[in-house]
Design a protein around this ligand. Structure first.
Ligand SMILES: *[C@@H]1O[C@H](CO)[C@@H](O)[C@H](O)[C@H]1NC(C)=O
Ligand SMILES: *[C@@H]1O[C@H](CO)[C@@H](O)[C@H](O)[C@H]1NC(C)=O
Ligand SMILES: *[C@@H]1O[C@H](CO)[C@@H](O)[C@H](O)[C@H]1NC(C)=O
Ligand SMILES: *[C@@H]1O[C@H](CO)[C@@H](O)[C@H](O)[C@H]1NC(C)=O
Ligand SMILES: *[C@@H]1O[C@H](CO)[C@@H](O)[C@H](O)[C@H]1NC(C)=O
Length: 783
């Protein structure tokens, strides 16, 4: 099956990395313009309803919703206008309406809000060893590899033939499972087994926007067109597959994290876009089917408030049913505050490196060597030096330095190695294609300043490598001052493990402060998301390019998309051991046990600056599965706590109703502030007349034994932290105790500190009865 969209997911991921920031603003404007043009044509909207207002003569809420569509459409009424009705994670429906009809809908009795169908996007094996998981002891054997746990993945679908989804050695499907294997293009019930226990697809919202999805364009079934969903699903819960590699790179046993957990996939991305109406429908189905956890490597890119954000709405519905939800933080780093999926009931995951590299150094004519990284497999350039040219000099066209399509003059680049800058907005494999089409022999890609030393690596079909920002500058200077500059690329297909400092925060990983609610620290934690090997769609090339005819079973890609399913898998293992824990307790365990240090016991660093990374980059730290199993204390929270949190945001009754499916009264807890949520981390915002904040926290003893905890802290230089009491005594399991933390700015005048950020931490240590350490990061901002 050949088609032009085949590789869009990966392509988008690469392009997003290359340009640093997904081009969200451009997307926004085109969308708004579209909305204006569509006055008479219909587009999809989500209509959120107060179900308690249903008139009695409608026996079912569906009848009421249909009658409302008829009412607002009048003679324009279309029986196909209704796309979905929602009843599990929210109340309401998605429908195709004109903008006039949508306005009329907003004024009908019982309607809480009408929002357009927003666009979401996917963010694009040594990892288990790197995370300290072992088959001889600890979390894997204790959890029985999560064999009774069902992981739901909302993504681009699945390639069911991958060995990662073999059910060898697995018992029957858990009896409580209510899901199914939906039939469609090249997919039927026989593609499911005791590993892949459910597979569905949702495309009514996508089709309302783009028209009928042709079978030549994408599988009209749960089958994965681009590979992204296959990759994330196998990372969370793929079986053990010995002898896996990408073209020989990263060879070894590929394993998901929860190797025996069951998978249910919900294809909601097609593949470049995921519509909120399809996402909500997928989340509803997953929860009704009986998943235990949900993994979403997807986000919107405009930071919608939680009551407009399908993922936040669906996730709160999931949490109420006890379903843990983890999401990717986004690939918009290192720019501050471009972080997504920030609702406190979601576990938000940033990306970090592992200690595995694919070295492909550059050697210049002057004998100088530069570290490079590549997943190129094929004929090498050998030791012979080839002429070297900077793309910028290969044409008069400004875009030539980025090696964009049509920009290179083949007379000038033919037979040469071409140096190209990242950041032109094109995927890195596409840049290689441009160089090759112009007759280039090889390609060196230079990081931008914001990419720092990150050598997240791409698959190429010509000898190519990527160098860090500083090396790029030096190579350009060499080209500039040398009459006949030459180079070679030693892309020899090596995989090197354990030699590099890791984990390091990936440059692209999205950073706090949380733009929606600065008092909730995000991301929550980081996990491996750079150069991750996992299963791939069997009919698409590793570069994602249509012109690349190679086919692979496993692929190596990078993104917070890859980090999220690691945390989902670890949460599945923890849930298998602690079946009574709430999603908030699991999240707390993951956060308070995570580590701020790398494998050489230095603070985790930033790849761009090589300086220690702060809590806006790493949250609580790098996930530490074995310690998460026995966190000692947890910061628990239930649905009502999140309702109080929504009240503290001053959301209107209707807005809260959309998220909670019921009318909530906020009066009782009106004095609350967002930071009062019982969260496992602290984010304090000092304002000009508010330089003291006092927060209360409650911890629950899950350590199983009596224990005396004592508090320690590392105060930020400009802040006094006072914790009261300093000792907490627990006599029994599940006992709760509360404490208050006072944060006092040392500078009396806010003006001097305005814009400053400082960091610290607070930890409770079991000093009698155990050894657990319960650590919370502290972030302070003087607004
Ligand atoms: C389901 O798909 C398999 C594999 O493609 C095929 O062999 C089988 O005949 C199909 N079954 C049905 C009922 O269509
Ligand atoms: C420069 O290259 C771009 C493609 O990268 C192309 O769209 C544009 O037309 C070119 N401009 C000129 C002046 O050739
Ligand atoms: C090469 O050097 C000259 C003079 O030092 C400078 O003006 C020019 O910008 C440089 N060109 C490149 C491509 O670095
Ligand atoms: C909510 O409103 C109260 C009262 O006007 C105000 O003090 C508080 O800062 C507001 N909270 C947020 C998060 O906007
Ligand atoms: C802080 O700065 C603002 C303007 O920058 C000024 O109006 C105000 O008086 C200053 N406040 C103090 C306490 O210095």
């Amino acid at each position: 099956m050949e088609n032009s969209r085949a590789c869009y997911v990966l392509v988008f991921v690469m392009a997003a990395f290359a340009s640093g920031v997904p081009n969200s603003d451009a997307l926004d404007t085109s969308h708004e313009q579209e909305t204006k043009v569509m006055e008479i044509t219909k587009q999809s909207y989500i209509v959120y309803m107060d179900k308690s207002m249903k008139p009695e003569h409608f026996s079912l809420h569906q009848h009421w919703y249909t009658s409302l569509i008829d009412e607002v459409s009048g003679s324009n009424s279309d029986p196909a206008a209704m796309l979905y009705t929602y009843d599990t994670v929210t109340h309401g429906f998605a429908a195709k309406l004109t903008s006039t009809e949508a306005q009329a809908m907003e004024n009908t009795d019982g309607c809480l809000a009408v929002f357009p169908d927003y666009v979401y996007r996917v963010h694009t094996t040594r990892t288990p060893d790197f995370l300290g998981l072992s088959s001889s002891h600890g979390l894997w054997p204790l959890s029985h590899y999560a064999d009774d746990i069902i992981v739901g993945v909302l993504d681009t679908g699945i390639w069911p033939e991958s060995k990662s989804f073999s059910d060898q050695g697995l018992t029957q499907v858990p009896a409580r499972w209510k899901g199914e294997c939906e039939m469609g293009t090249e997919f039927n019930a026989s593609h499911c087994n005791n590993k892949l226990i459910g597979a569905r697809f949702f495309l009514k919202g996508y089709e309302a926007k783009y028209g009928h999805v042709d079978e030549m364009e994408n599988y009209r079934s749960p089958r994965d067109e681009g590979g992204h969903g296959t990759h994330t699903s196998s990372t969370a819960a793929g079986a053990e597959v010995p002898g896996s590699s990408l073209l020989g790179f990263a060879a070894g046993t590929a394993r998901g994290i929860a190797t025996k957990a069951r998978l249910a996939v919900y294809k909601v991305c097609w593949p470049e876009e995921c519509l909120s109406s399809d996402l909500l429908a997928g989340m509803e189905a997953a929860i009704s089917d009986g998943v235990d956890l949900l993994s979403l490597s997807i986000s919107d890119s405009r930071n919608l408030p939680y009551y407009k954000d399908a993922i936040a709405i669906g996730a709160l519905g999931a949490i109420e049913k006890g379903v843990f939800v983890s999401c990717a933080a986004g690939n918009a780093g290192p720019i501050p505050s471009k972080i997504f999926n920030t609702a406190p009931w979601i576990t938000t995951v940033g990306a970090s490196t592992i200690d595995r590299e694919f070295p492909a150094p550059v050697v210049l004519g002057n004998g100088k060597n530069y570290r490079g990284s590549s997943l190129y497999k094929g004929k090498t350039l050998g030791n012979g030096q080839l002429p070297l040219i900077y793309g910028k000099s290969a044409s008069s066209n400004e875009t030539a330095k980025f090696c964009l399509a049509g920009s290179l003059d083949s007379n000038r680049v033919s037979g040469k190695i071409v140096l190209c800058d990242l950041g032109g907005g094109e995927g890195t494999a596409e840049m290689g294609l441009v160089v090759r089409q112009a007759g280039g022999a090889g390609m060196i890609q230079a990081n931008r300043l914001v990419d720092g030393e990150d050598l997240w690596t791409d698959c190429h079909f010509l000898p190519a490598t990527k160098v860090d920002f500083k090396s790029g500058i030096e190579i350009k200077a060499y080209i500039n001052r040398t009459k006949n500059p030459t180079a070679t690329i030693k892309a020899e297909g090596a995989t090197v493990v354990g030699k590099t400092r890791a984990p390091v925060v990936a440059s692209f990983s999205s950073r706090g402060p949380n733009p929606l609610v600065p008092e909730i620290l995000k991301p929550d934690l980081i996990a491996p998301g750079v150069n991750v090997l996992a299963a791939w769609s069997g009919h698409v090339s590793p570069t994602g390019l249509t012109s690349d005819k190679r086919r692979v079973d496993y692929n190596i890609i990078s993104g917070t998309s890859m980090a999220c399913p690691h945390v989902t898998g670890i949460a599945a293992l923890i849930l298998a051991v602690h079946s009574a824990w709430t999603p908030a307790a699991i999240k707390s365990a993951l956060m308070t046990s995570s580590v701020p240090f790398d494998h050489s016991k230095r603070l985790i660093s930033e790849s761009v600056t090589a300086l220690p990374a702060d809590a806006f980059a790493i949250g609580a730290g790098h996930v530490n599965p074995s310690a998460a199993l026995d966190p000692g204390l947890v910061y628990d929270a239930d649905f009502d706590d999140y309702v109080s949190f929504l009240c503290s945001l001053n959301y209107t009754r209707s807005q809260i109703h959309i998220l909670t499916r019921k009318a909530s009264s906020c009066t009782r807890i009106h004095s609350q502030q967002p930071g009062d949520l019982n969260y496992p981390s602290f984010s304090v915002v000092f304002k000009p007349l508010n330089l003291v904040r006092a927060l209360r926290r409650t911890v629950t003893n899950v350590g199983g034994a009596p224990c005396v905890y004592e508090v320690s802290m590392e105060s930020p230089p400009g802040v006094n932290i006072i914790v009261e009491p300093r000792t907490l005594v627990f006599k029994e399991q599940n006992e709760k105790a509360s404490y208050t933390v006072r944060f006092e700015s040392k500078t009396a005048s806010h003006n001097k500190s305005s814009g400053r950020q400082e960091f610290g931490q607070i930890w409770w240590k079991c000093v009698k009865g155990g050894t657990q350490v319960v650590r919370s990061p502290v972030a302070i901002v003087w607004e």
